[in-house]
Structures are given as structure tokens and as C-alpha cells.
Design a protein around this ligand. Structure first.
Ligand code: HEM
Length: 402
């Protein structure tokens, strides 16, 4: 039954995975998917409790007696992941997270927020110069916001910034379970180029440190190398680009698509900007940009009658949990007034998103500027297409008029 239902490469599933998640939650909330050799979990209760369970981790290699022997592209790509916060567990995770706490401060987030405001206005100014008053809201508005924020965070010079989006897009292809050989080659090429670029930038910033997070991290590495190696420094900056860019673009894309399909809610929001905080949470819940993440069993685990030996892989579906009727009333309805909204689009537990405060500032500012400056914003006719991806859910384009 579950095998027939869960066909992650089918176009029907990719168009609307939520109707499949619903049946899975009701009929097979935990099942083994042969295709990925992993367990699929779709209920809020399970995703929520397993994310907090210390017997699970994002990786298991810290428990191995011998270092892992990877080969080919796997080994080449791994060079960009070693020491990245998302690929480590305590005690290394605690050590690196401490570096982030020292450098990715609330003050820095506030300062970046002020820049986001003027950036959003500049982007709208450019949109208003287009005589036909038609644009792709993703490419022409959503995409430049987080990449500029990350470039500021890392102190990337203006002239080099155009490389960041292609690198990010190439690298994230690796994280798709259905990735092709071409996607792997592209991910490795982008990761290598980005590593080389950041290594050069370190040399420049040592000569001329900036006010940015990257300069602060370099200082920590240079004065206390035991807290942060050069490889950890570089790979965590790669993580910041990938984690900090794609999801924000996709919440704006998926979320504005949902909002503009509900003109009465768009009108209410334009009339009352106090609705913006709950609206962005609903955008993240309703069409979750990162559909699932994996966890691995760190020690043999018995859970609800299943026996999972050490090393077993689980796919925890945050997107499905966010539509569970046990937690959300009328989960298939988009509702910018929804409160409380305990969605788990930012994850939970040890690996909870450290960029959540920054993401919220970006999303709230983007939505406020759009509602103030483009009151006539609406969708152009035609059905929209999602990229055929399983982890990252995002539209190919969001054509709008204004
Ligand atoms: C709406 C936008 C965002 C969403 C939906 C999102 C979502 C997530 C999720 C679900 C995780 C946990 C992954 C897991 O459970 O395995 C995560 C982790 C992370 N995110 Fe975000 N994120 C967003 C924006 C950002 C931003 C703006 C940054 C930084 C600039 C960022 C940096 C990170 C980092 C470094 C981690 C790893 C944390 C750890 O492993 O301890 N994210 N994010």
C-alpha cells in the first residue's frame, strides 16, 4: 500500500505531495521505502519526538572506530562537508556552535535587517521601472535578498557576488536522494570552486579584516585554532550560503504563490501589517521549503514496535508534520491568522536552524515592502511548475503583474 502511494519521482507527487502525505499519515505513518532504503515518517508526533531524541543524529561517522573510506565523487564532495554544523554531532557540534554564538549575534542580525529593508526597496524600484509591470517574483525579487545578506555576512566583495547563486544551486543538488550523475558532477565542481574562492578570501581578509562574520571567524581560527580549523571555517561558510539562501527564496516563492491565491488574505494583510509575523509562519508551514531531513540511529532503538539497529536511516517529513490534523486545525487551508502555529519548518532539537531569527527578519521585511509598495500585485494566468526535487520544494518561476 505505502509503496504504491509513495512514488517520489512521479509528477503527481511532485505537483502536490501533501495529498499523499495525508493518506500516509492515516494509513502508513511509518514505513520502509525500498527505493531509498530508509524509513519514511510523516506524523507530527513522530517527527517531533524523534528530532529531540539523542539516540538519533544527522551522521554516525563520529561513532566509527576507523575513519570512513569514501571513494570517487563521494570523497570529493565530502571535502566540503567535513566539520559543517549540519554534518557533526557533539562534542564537535557544541564546539562549532559556540563559534557561531560568538559571531552570529543578535546585533549582527539587526544590522543585516536594516540593510534588507533598503535592498527590498531598491528591488521594488527596479520592478516599477519595467513598463509592462510584469516580472518573475522569484528571480527579480526573492532571489537577490538572501544572497545579498549572505554576501554581507561573509564580506564577499561586490564583484564576486554573482558566483554565489550558481554555487549554491549546484551544491544543493547533492542533497537530493534522486540525484543524477550530472548533478553530482556539478555539485563537486561548485563545491571545489567555492572552497578555492573562500581560501583566497581568507588570505585577503587576514591582510584587511572587515566588520563581517567571516573576518570574526578568521580571527577565532588564527588565535584559537583548536576551536575552529581552516577546513571547518570554510565549510561552515559554505553551509551558511546553502542553508541561508535557498530556503528563504523558496519561502517567498511558495508563500507568495499561496498568498496571492487567497486575495482576501492579501487584502487583509495590506490593510493590517500586524498580520505579517503570523503570515510568514503560515507560508513556511503551508508549503514547507525543506520537505524532509534524514536522521540516523546512533544506538539500537525500539520505537512503536519497530526495531531499528544502529545506522538505520529515517526520513523525517517536516512538510507532512506541518499538515497533521492532530496538531493543526484545517491543515490544508492557508490561514495567515493561524495562531498558535507550531510548525517545524526550521527543524527542532540539536540541529534547529541557527538562521531562524535572520530568516524571519528577511521574510517579514520582504512581505511588508511588497504589501506597501505593490498593492496591485497578482498572479498571471497559467499553472505553475515545481522543480522535480524531493528535499527542496520550489517553483520554477512565479510570474506576477503589479
Ligand atoms: C526560511 C528560511 C529557512 C528555513 C526554512 C531553514 C530551515 C532549516 C532546517 C529545517 C534546519 C535543520 C535541518 C535538520 O533538521 O537536519 C536548518 C539548519 C540550519 N540552518 Fe536554516 N533555514 C532557513 C534559513 C537559514 C538562514 C537564513 C541561515 C543562515 C544564514 C540558516 C542556517 C542554518 C544552519 C547553519 C543550520 C545548521 C544548524 C545545526 O546543524 O546545528 N538557515 N535550517
Amino acid at each position: 500500500m505505502s509503496a504504491q502511494l509513495f512514488q517520489p519521482t512521479s509528477s503527481t507527487f511532485l505537483r502536490n505531495p501533501y495529498s499523499v502525505y495525508k493518506v500516509l499519515r492515516e494509513t502508513a505513518p511509518i514505513f520502509f521505502y525500498e527505493g531509498w532504503q530508509k524509513w519514511i515518517l510523516t506524523r507530527y508526533e513522530d517527527v517531533n519526538s524523534l528530532l529531540r531524541d539523542k539516540r538519533l543524529g544527522r551522521v554516525t561517522h563520529h561513532l566509527d572506530a576507523q575513519p570512513r573510506q569514501l571513494e570517487g565523487l563521494e570523497a570529493e564532495f565530502e571535502a566540503s562537508r567535513i566539520g559543517s554544523l549540519l554534518e557533526i554531532e557533539p562534542p564537535d557540534h557544541t564546539r562549532i556552535k559556540d563559534v557561531f554564538h560568538q559571531t552570529f549575534t543578535p546585533k549582527r542580525v539587526r544590522e543585516l535587517g536594516e540593510k534588507v529593508e533598503s535592498l527590498c526597496h531598491r528591488l521594488v524600484d527596479t520592478l516599477l521601472e519595467i513598463p509592462e509591470r510584469k516580472a518573475d517574483l522569484i528571480e527579480d525579487f526573492a532571489q537577490p535578498i538572501p544572497v545579498t545578506v549572505i554576501a554581507d555576512l561573509l564580506g564577499v566583495p561586490e564583484a564576486d557576488r554573482h558566483q554565489l547563486v550558481p554555487w549554491s544551486k549546484g551544491i544543493i543538488g547533492w542533497f537530493e536522494p534522486e540525484r543524477s550523475h550530472e548533478m553530482e558532477l556539478e555539485a563537486v565542481r561548485c563545491a571545489k570552486d567555492f572552497i578555492a574562492y573562500l581560501a583566497d578570501l581568507i588570505v585577503q581578509k587576514r591582510k584587511q579584516p572587515g566588520q563581517d562574520l567571516f573576518s570574526d571567524m578568521i580571527r577565532i581560527h588564527d588565535t584559537e585554532p583548536a576551536r575552529l580549523s581552516e577546513q571547518e571555517l570554510i565549510n561552515n561558510c559554505i553551509l551558511l550560503l546553502n542553508a541561508g539562501h535557498e530556503a528563504v527564496v523558496n519561502v517567498i516563492g511558495n508563500g507568495m504563490y499561496a498568498l496571492l491565491r487567497h486575495p482576501e488574505q492579501w487584502l487583509a494583510l495590506k490593510q493590517d501589517e500586524k498580520l505579517i509575523p503570523t503570515a510568514i509562519e503560515e507560508m513556511m508551514r503551508f508549503d514547507t521549503p525543506l520537505q524532509f531531513f534524514e536522521r540516523y540511529v546512533l544506538e539500537d532503538l525500539d520505537y512503536k514496535g519497530f526495531h531499528w539497529p544502529k545506522g538505520t536511516g529515517l526520513c523525517l517529513y517536516y512538510a507532512s508534520a506541518n499538515h497533521d490534523s492532530e496538531v493543526f486545525t484545517q491543515p490544508e487551508s492557508f490561514d495567515i491568522w493561524r495562531h498558535p502555529n507550531p510548525h517545524i519548518a526550521f527543524g527542532l532539537g540539536l540541529h534547529y536552524c541557527i538562521g531562524a531569527p535572520l530568516a524571519r527578519v528577511e521574510l517579514q521585511t520582504a512581505l511588508r515592502v511588497l504589501s506597501e509598495r505593490l498593492p496591485d500585485l497578482g498572479l498571471l494566468d497559467g499553472e505553475l511548475e515545481y522543480h522535480p526535487k524531493n528535499v527542496f520544494r520550489y517553483l520554477k518561476a512565479l510570474p506576477v503583474r503589479y
